[in-house]
Design a protein. Structure first.
Length: 358
């Protein structure tokens, strides 16, 4: 007999915190046949900081968000690891309609060559065990399925556009407008899904604009963190990095170029932080698990940017420890005043970096 979710939640959070993403237990994950157990076991590997933000939601929302996240992670896996790059747009669009079309056929094989790191292997395993995600998805209510279908299909079309654009432009997104469009697809769509289906707030025109700005704020944390990794796989999110696709990023000159682009992309992201602050401030008062989840995401994003700042030779950013980020999430779910204090701390970090980088 399975314990109620509110009793399992603390242990799932602890498990996620202790998960070693560089040394995943692939055979243990592969041996799991229970869909719910598999979802919670693989989520910390697939979602990193998102996993904790998902787990603190109310049970029904947490389950729907976990399944939706893993479906989106499957799309990400095809975007990053499908060996046949010319087939990516078609495959992404096909996988994007898999669940809405009730397609139980095995998905396309990733092929060999790009599955290199242990984290890649976990993501490949998620594709391999897609049948368990199918079964988990089937447990959701019709309205939850429809919301996720819209999310996954919109993301898939956006990723297909990005794949076509990278291919046409020699592996590079050339300017800010293309980066913004990419971020709007891969994070903006999930942000709109979260507003409608998890935070249960109406999506006004202003709220939609803020959600799309938030997507740039969050996704560029991933982009700035992974510049060197992306260059190694033939991808760059800035025209100035194009020469490094062939030359690599190991020389002093190339490291200097990467640091300059990293700083510029961080400015591009952090200037959009006020949108995130407005969305958090609009959440209901009183006890709110969703507010705690939103502040947890902010705390981990702050940590990511602190690490990126250090790699861009900026040592003036005090990085908050993981335990304190978790504590902030708990306290912010209980107190709007603590939420405002925590958001203000991140605001000071971001504004101080922008001043130093100007």
């Amino acid at each position: 007999m399975r314990l109620p979710f509110f009793l399992r939640r603390p242990w799932l959070i602890v498990q996620g915190t202790l998960t070693n993403r560089d040394k995943p237990g692939l055979e243990e994950l592969r041996a799991i046949d229970d869909p719910e157990k598999f979802v919670w076991a693989i989520l910390p590997h697939a979602a990193r900081s998102f996993a904790t933000s998902i787990l603190v939601l109310p049970r029904a929302d947490a389950w729907a968000a976990a399944v939706a996240y893993l479906q989106c992670r499957i799309l990400d896996t095809y975007e990053d690891l499908l060996a046949d790059t010319s087939a990516r747009p078609e495959v992404l669009r096909s996988v994007g309609t898999r669940w809405s079309g009730q397609d139980s056929e095995p998905p396309p094989d990733l092929g060999v060559g790009l599955v290199v790191t242990p984290r890649d292997e976990v993501h490949a395993l998620l594709v391999e065990r897609i049948d368990l995600i199918d079964t988990a998805y089937a447990t959701l209510a019709d309205q939850q399925q429809h919301s996720i279908d819209d999310l996954v299909n919109n993301m898939a079309n956006g990723m297909a556009w990005a794949a076509e654009t990278f291919e046409a432009q020699g592996g590079v997104l050339t300017d800010e407008s293309q980066r913004v469009r990419y971020c709007n697809y891969v994070i903006g769509e999930p942000a709109l899904y979260a507003m409608r289906s998890l935070l249960h707030v109406p999506v006004t025109d202003a709220g939609r604009r803020d959600a799309l700005d938030v997507s740039v704020f969050i996704q560029l944390a991933n982009v700035t963190r992974d510049i060197e990794k992306d260059l190694a796989r033939g991808v760059a999110y800035d025209e100035e990095l194009r020469p490094l696709l062939d030359a690599g990023s190991s020389t002093p000159e190339s490291r200097e170029a990467v640091a300059a682009v990293r700083t510029r992309l961080m400015r591009e992201a952090l200037e959009r932080f006020p949108a995130y602050a407005r969305l958090v401030d609009a959440l209901p008062s009183g006890v709110s698990q969703t507010r705690g989840a939103a502040v947890l995401m902010l705390g981990f994003t702050d940590r990511y940017y602190a690490g990126c700042a250090l790699r861009a030779d900026d040592s003036g950013w005090k990085r908050r420890s993981r335990p304190l980020v978790y504590l902030d999430g708990i306290l912010c779910s209980l107190s709007r005043a603590w939420t405002r204090r925590t958001v203000a701390r991140s605001r000071r970090n971001f504004e101080a970096f922008l001043n130093r980088a100007s």
